[in-house]
Design a protein around this ligand. Structure first.
Ligand SMILES: *Cc1c(COP(=O)(O)O)cnc(C)c1O
Length: 405
C-alpha cells in the first residue's frame, strides 16, 4: 500500500463544495487583493494565536522579510538564527542586508540552542529568530531572557507551528513579531503562496502595514521604501474555509504522532527521549557521547518527542537514524515499499554555497551537521488511515530485521 508523504487532495477534495462557494464569492466581489476577505481572515488568525495585530502577506518568507524591514534591520547588523532550518529564515536576513549568524540546535527537539546563541552575541547583534521547527515551540523563556538582557528583537518563525503553544502561550505571540506560512505543505495549507505577520505592538503593526504596500500613506505618498507583500483575497477566502477544520486536522496529526511513538518504541532499535524538557547542552560530555548512540543501549532509531510544556502540532514527524549512512538506506528501503519520506534538511545553512562568504572560519555547529545527516520525516498528515500508519510502522520494523542479517 502506497503511503505518500503528504496527500493534499485527501484534505481539499473533502471540502470541495465549500471551497468552490468561497471562490464564487470572491469572483463576484471583484475585490482580489486585501479587502474584506483578507481582513476577516486576519481577525480569525489574530484570535487563534492570541495577538492584537495580524497582517496577511504574500508568503511566510515575506512575513520574515517584512518583520526585519519594519525593525529597520540592515547592513552592519547581525541576526541570530538556527542553521538547521528552512532556508527562508536566514535568506531573509541576508536579503535585508544584515548578516545571519548561525546557531546550533538541540538534537532532541531540533530547536535553537539558546546557550550557543548567547555565545554568538556581538555589539552588532540586533535580533534573534527562533524557529518552532516541525511544529514544536523553541525554548522561549530562554530566548526571551537573552533578548531582554541583550536588547534584541525576537522574530518567531512559526511557519511550521500555527496554533502550537509554549507553556500555554501561543507561538508567534511571545516575541516582537511572529510569522506564519500557508504554503500547501504547512498545517494550514493554502492554494498557492500566503503568509501572516503578527505582533502585539501597534506602532510596529502600523509600520508593517505601510511597508506591505510600498510604504505608502496615503496612496502614492511614500514614507518608506516598502514592497508588495500583500495577500490575495482568494487565498484568504479559501483558507478561511479550512480554518474551522484546523483543530480536527491538528488532533489527527497528534493521534498519528502518538501512534507512531507508541508502536515504534516497541522496537528494540528505538528510543524515545525524556519529554520533561530540553536539558541538552553541547558542553555536557555525556550528551556529546549520546549523539551517535543513546548511551547504554543499542538504540539507533530516535523518536521525536513533544516536551510536556509544549503543544506540538506535528507539521513533521522526524526520526533520527543514529548510525552512519543508515538514514539514506532507510529512505530507499521505504521508497521501495511506496512510502514517501523527506529529508528536512540535508544541508545545514552554514554549509550553503550562498553563505560561504559569511564565516571567517567554519563555524563549529556539530548538532546542525548531525541532524542534517540523521533526520528523516515520515508521513504524519491528518488523513492517513490506520492501515497506512501500520504500513509505515511495519516497514520500519522490516528495516530493523533486514539489518540483523
Ligand atoms: C515554509 C517555511 C518558511 C517560508 O514560508 P513560505 O510561505 O514558503 O515562504 C519559513 N520558515 C520556515 C521554518 C518554513 O518551514
Amino acid at each position: 500500500m502506497a503511503v505518500p508523504l503528504l496527500d493534499l487532495n485527501a484534505q481539499n477534495l473533502a471540502i470541495k463544495s465549500e471551497l468552490k462557494a468561497a471562490f464564487d464569492k470572491v469572483l463576484h466581489s471583484g475585490q482580489f487583493i486585501l479587502g474584506a476577505e483578507v481582513e476577516a481572515f486576519e481577525t480569525k488568525i489574530a484570535g487563534m494565536v492570541d495577538v492584537r495585530h495580524a497582517l496577511g502577506v504574500s508568503s511566510g518568507t515575506d512575513a520574515i522579510l517584512l518583520a526585519l524591514m519594519t525593525l529597520g534591520i540592515g547592513p552592519g547588523d547581525e541576526v541570530l538564527c538556527p542553521s538547521f532550518t528552512f532556508f527562508a529564515t536566514a535568506g531573509c536576513v541576508a536579503r535585508s542586508g544584515a548578516k545571519p549568524v548561525f546557531v546550533d540546535s538541540c538534537p532532541v527537539c531540533f530547536n535553537l540552542d539558546v546557550a550557543d546563541a548567547a555565545r554568538k552575541i556581538t555589539s552588532n547583534t540586533k535580533a534573534i529568530i527562533p524557529v518552532h521547527l516541525f511544529g514544536q515551540a523553541a525554548e522561549m523563556d530562554a530566548v526571551m531572557a537573552l533578548a531582554r538582557q541583550e536588547k534584541l528583537d525576537v522574530i518567531e518563525d512559526a511557519a511550521q507551528a500555527l496554533g502550537a503553544s509554549y507553556k500555554g502561550r501561543k507561538v508567534g505571540s511571545i516575541g516582537t513579531f511572529g510569522t506564519f506560512s500557508f504554503f500547501p505543505s504547512k498545517n494550514l495549507g493554502g492554494f498557492g503562496d500566503g503568509g501572516m505577520l503578527v505582533t502585539n505592538n501597534p506602532e510596529l503593526a502600523e509600520k508593517a502595514r505601510l511597508l506591505r504596500t510600498h510604504g505608502a500613506k496615503p496612496k502614492y505618498h511614500h514614507k518608506y521604501v516598502g514592497a508588495n507583500f500583500r495577500l490575495d483575497a482568494l487565498q484568504a477566502a479559501l483558507l478561511s474555509v479550512k480554518l474551522p477544520h484546523y483543530q480536527e486536522y491538528t488532533d489527527q496529526r497528534r493521534a498519528n504522532a502518538n501512534y507512531y511513538t507508541e508502536q515504534l518504541s516497541r522496537l528494540s532499535c528505538a528510543t524515545v527521549p525524556d519529554p520533561s524538557g530540553c536539558k541538552f547542552r553541547i558542553s555536557n560530555p555525556e550528551h556529546s557521547a549520546s549523539l551517535s548512540r543513546t548511551s547504554g543501549s543499542s538504540a539507533w532509531l530516535i523518536c521525536p518527542v513533544a516536551y510536556s510544556h509544549n503543544d506540538h502540532i506535528w507539521n513533521q514527524y522526524t526520526l533520527r537514524i543514529a548510525e552512519d549512512e543508515q538514514r539514506d538506506v532507510l529512505k530507499n528501503f521505504l521508497a521501495k515499499r511506496g512510502i514517501g519520506t523527506e529529508i528536512y534538511y540535508p544541508v545545514p545553512l552554514h554549509r550553503q554555497e550562498c553563505f560561504a562568504n559569511l564565516a571567517t572560519e567554519p563555524a563549529p555547529l556539530p548538532n546542525a551537521d548531525l541532524l542534517a545527516k540523521q533526520s528523516i520525516s515520515i508521513p504524519v498528515y491528518p488523513e492517513l488511515s490506520r492501515s497506512q500508519r501500520d504500513e509505515v510502522v511495519d516497514s520500519i520494523a522490516a528495516f530493523q530485521e533486514s539489518r540483523k542479517h
